[in-house]
Write a protein that binds this ligand. Structure first.
Ligand SMILES: Nc1ncnc2c1ncn2[C@@H]1O[C@H](COP(=O)(O)OP(=O)(O)OP(=O)(O)O)[C@@H](O)[C@H]1O
Ligand SMILES: [Mg+2]
Length: 250
């Protein structure tokens, strides 16, 4: 079965609030490669927006635009409802849009102390933030990276595949942190290949496929099974399964 949410994405429920970040019909081309086409989405405070899609779907390109690394070639980017063009990541940082990723360090004592406080407020205990970064687990690293973004005054937290290299337990810790950040009022953009992870913490899902927006719906509109099926390619996967079973196993 295929789920379609037959509502123009521009009409996705916003609850009357001004989104922290909004994209209206955004497109991005690199020369003659179209990385994104006609993307419209909203990132709200206190919500997790899950961005899903296969390799090359355009996920990283999308967050490069939001975080000021690249500019869109079509459409509009709005921050706090204002049309905005970032000329650099620094300008995005100035608006509280921060990508949480490596490399990072806990540069000063004040930052270490605040990071510990932020971490414990969010229910995460690190044995010691002074330990060499290399000896932290992958999950702990991701958590410190998030705390660091919070320290620097993020309002929008962008996480590009933070659980990709992690085991079940460590992923769980990062997912808890994502939920804590959302509950603290941040607008979280969570990029992932993993529909289970997205469904556990997401309020709103956008699925990209070869640069196009395939799905835009809220948590209430899609269950895990359908999100997984959409992510897996839906009908394409079923056809592949038939082909493999039918062709090779008789
Ligand atoms: N700087 C660039 N120059 C040319 N093409 C690019 C550039 N960046 C991305 N692309 C192309 O745009 C498309 C989308 O790439 P993008 O990195 O956004 O995908 P992704 O969803 O993040 O993939 P992955 O899951 O592998 O990280 C791909 O076809 C890619 O080759
Ligand atoms: Mg990517």
């Amino acid at each position: 079965m295929t789920v379609t949410v037959d509502r123009p994405v521009h009409d996705a429920p916003s609850g009357g609030k001004v989104p922290l970040v909004e994209m209206k019909n955004v497109g991005k081309s690199y020369g003659n490669i179209t990385a994104l086409k006609d993307i419209s989405l909203r990132v709200h405070a206190g919500e997790v927006t899950g961005i899903l899609g296969d390799n090359g779907a355009g996920k990283s390109t999308l967050i490069k635009i939001i975080s000021g690394l690249h500019q869109q070639t079509d459409g509009e980017l709005l921050v706090d409802g204002e049309p905005t063009k970032f000329n650099s990541p620094k300008e995005a940082l100035g608006k509280g849009i921060r990508q949480s990723r490596f490399p990072w360090g806990l540069d000063s004592n004040a930052m270490r102390a605040t990071t510990l406080t932020e971490l414990s407020k969010m229910g995460i205990d690190l044995p010691d933030v002074d330990v060499p970064i290399g000896s932290l687990s992958g999950g702990q690293k991701q958590c410190v990276a998030i705390a660091r973004a919070v320290f620097f005054g993020a309002r929008v937290l962008i996480l590009d595949e933070p659980t990709a290299a992690l085991g079940v337990k460590q992923s769980g810790v990062v997912l808890k942190y994502i939920t804590a950040a959302k509950e603290a009022g941040f607008g979280v953009v969570f990029i992932t290949h993993n529909p289970h992870h997205a469904h556990m913490v997401g309020d709103h899902f956008v699925l990209l496929n070869r640069g196009k927006q395939k799905l835009d719906c809220t948590y209430d509109e899609i269950d895990l099974e359908h999100l997984t099926q959409q992510m897996a390619g839906g009908d394409e996967l079923e056809a592949l399964s038939h082909e493999l079973r039918g062709g090779k196993r008789t």
